[in-house]
Design a protein around this ligand. Structure first.
Ligand code: ATP
Ligand code: MG
Length: 570
């Protein structure tokens, strides 16, 4: 491509409304433009990268045995009513009506459509397993679109769906996708980690997010410094502490203390002159409308996702003041385990606590020296709190570390959630009707491109890895008024293109400084600079964008040199 003819509007200005580096650089490098909130156009340079990422995805999905389809973006409400999601998906789902007043949505994901397709076509176990994927535009009316195409409302996604006859088949399909994802993100030049993720009420540990490590990432992760355990912050497990033998002689007598208007953990700690670790917090939740008391050590925080999974409920929220009053007989701030009118579960942090402070279920009173067993019963101990950096790896007990990441992909074992709701059945070997076991697997195409820029940039601009660079080589004749120079540059351009190299020729009538600035900004991995002085010696300069290394190479050799480098780095 000739730069002079390319629609490539670069800019020196830093866009004021772009918070992260990838967004700023994509705007400055003329890759994307905003149409309206969360909706972007891809310009030629940006779209070339998108197509590269898509190509890598296609190759690896095909290699893993998945087949490409293309499903409709507009989906009828009936399917979503069948799956139960028309009601639950909420405001992220863009709903619309046609001229006959029928309801539709623009697909934020395609489980319903694919399940409908497959249930109509697949009848027996002989047709299974099957894995279908597509690369398509999704729409999610995100509450806070931001970071450019990283969290937009309209975005490109690769989504795949596997259908198996049984659980072990589904696990194999999952494993194949897991491996394909590792290859895809490695080939895109990313440094990433697959982390265990929450699989919601569906259960099981069969969900992994692929997080690209970046400080600007919205997701937190925990990883072990010794084994390969890694998990999303929400999911990160805490091992059950070893239980100390209970020696009842340690138990001190209960003591009710007048604590007027002392409610928060900090207030109680200051008032009673005890540490927050000596206090137990009692939180009352409404889980599917029934109250439950949850106990946790005063200095720890509840992880509501863990709690929700433990309870297996659909909705979970902190109870209203009225419910707290009903259950404890006191206003908020004085709840405790003794005499409470609901079931109690306690976080592992309480396992070895003795003689702790709790609310007395009585206005303006707390109780000292409470002990589980002697003073009140609980239903269970469970892992309910948010992990901290001082916790140890739940697998091997080594220290853990925290990092931030950008979720670029998600693999998920769905089980029979959709096949049951939508009656996607098949006849098994023994002639019995069974539900297909499903998996779903997504990759954000634009987000992958953005994540790559987050990891590969410097103060001058983007540094593309060869695999997804919009072009491999940029040829920069420093002065196009020099006809001989230009014609040699054009010759090199033709020859390289002829050998399958993707070349951008900067044939603009601009100063060399301007050309170099743009070259660094758009980040093409190799730049061949052609100037009259060096050419008089028969040489050109090849500069590697990533390392900054410059090599002088004979003009006659440069073609082979470039071909070699590109073949090696691809
Ligand atoms: P997030 O937690 O970031 O909202 P998600 O869990 O909703 O993501 P999935 O439903 O698993 O995402 O979608 C699959 C992939 O699609 C994600 O891993 C991500 O790469 C991409 N994706 C999701 N939402 C967006 C968005 N608003 N903009 C761009 N890409 C997105
Ligand atoms: Mg989302």
């Amino acid at each position: 491509m000739r730069y002079s003819e390319m629609f490539l509007p670069t800019s020196r200005e830093t866009p004021s409304d772009a918070e992260v580096i990838s967004h700023r650089l994509m705007l400055r490098a003329g890759m994307i433009r905003k149409l309206t909130s969360g909706i972007y156009s891809y310009l030629p340079l940006g779209y070339r990268v998108i197509k590269k990422v898509e190509q890598i995805i296609r190759e690896e999905m095909d290699r893993a045995g998945a087949q490409e389809v293309f499903l409709p973006a507009v989906q009828p409400a009936e399917l979503w009513i069948e799956s139960g999601r028309w009601q639950f998906y909420g405001k992220e789902l863009l709903r619309l009506k046609d001229r006959h007043n029928r309801e539709y949505c623009i697909g934020p994901t395609h489980e319903e459509v694919i399940t409908d397709l497959v249930r109509n076509e697949i009848q027996t176990y002989r047709q299974l397993p099957i894995n279908l994927y597509q690369i398509q535009t999704k729409f999610r009316d995100e509450i806070r679109p931001r970071f450019g195409i990283m969290r937009s409302r309209e975005f490109g996604m690769k989504d795949a769906y596997s259908f198996d006859a049984d659980d072990s088949g589904a696990e194999l399909s999952y494993k194949k996708m897991f491996e394909a994802y590792n290859r895809i993100f490695s080939r895109c030049g990313l440094s990433f980690r697959p982390v265990e993720a929450d699989s919601g009420s569906i259960g099981g540990s069969f969900s992994h997010e692929f997080l690209v490590t970046a400080d600007s990432g919205e997701d937190g992760m925990v990883y072990c410094t010794s084994c390969d355990y890694a998990a999303n912050l929400e999911k990160a497990e805490i091992a059950r502490p070893e239980e100390r033998h209970i020696d009842e002689s340690e138990f001190l007598p209960l003591e009710e203390i007048y604590t007027p208007d002392v409610r928060t953990i900090e207030e109680v700690s200051a008032f009673l002159n005890v540490t927050t670790q000596d206090i137990v917090k009692t939180l009352i939740f409404s889980a599917d409308d029934s109250p439950i008391a949850v106990l946790i050590r005063g200095d720890e925080e509840i992880n509501e996702i863990k709690l929700k999974n433990y309870l297996g409920c659909d909705s979970l929220e902190l109870a209203t003041d009225d419910i707290v009053h009903e259950v404890t007989g006191a206003p908020k701030g004085f709840a405790g385990g003794i005499g409470i009118k609901s079931e109690i579960i306690a976080d592992y942090s309480l396992i070895n606590m003795r003689n702790f402070v709790m609310g007395a279920n009585k206005q303006d009173y707390h109780i000292k020296n409470c002990n589980i067993g002697r003073d009140f019963k609980i239903k269970d101990f469970a892992d309910l709190r948010i992990v901290e950096v001082t916790d140890l790896c739940p697998r091997c007990k080594s220290p853990i570390e925290f990092a931030r990441g950008i979720e670029v992909g998600h693999v998920f074992k769905l089980g029979t959630k959709y096949s049951k709701a939508m009656k996607a059945t098949f006849l098994d070997k023994d002639g019995k009707e069974k539900y297909m076991v499903m998996g779903c697997y997504g990759i954000g195409v634009g987000r992958t491109m953005a994540a790559c820029i987050e990891q590969n940039n410097d103060e001058d601009g983007i540094i593309w890895p060869f695999s997804i660079a919009p072009y491999h080589v940029l040829i920069t004749p420093v002065n196009i008024k020099n006809k001989e120079l230009l014609s040699m540059a054009e010759k090199l351009y033709d020859n390289l293109e002829g050998r399958g190299i993707e070349v951008l020729l900067d044939d603009r009538d601009e100063r060399a400084g301007v050309k170099f600035k743009d070259a660094d900004l758009i980040g093409i991995p190799l730049r061949i600079t052609m100037g009259p002085k060096k050419l008089a010696e028969g040489k050109v300069e090849v500069r590697f964008r990533k390392s900054g290394e410059v090599r002088e190479i004979l003009f006659d050799d440069v073609e082979d040199f470039v071909v070699q480098v590109v073949k090696r780095e691809q």
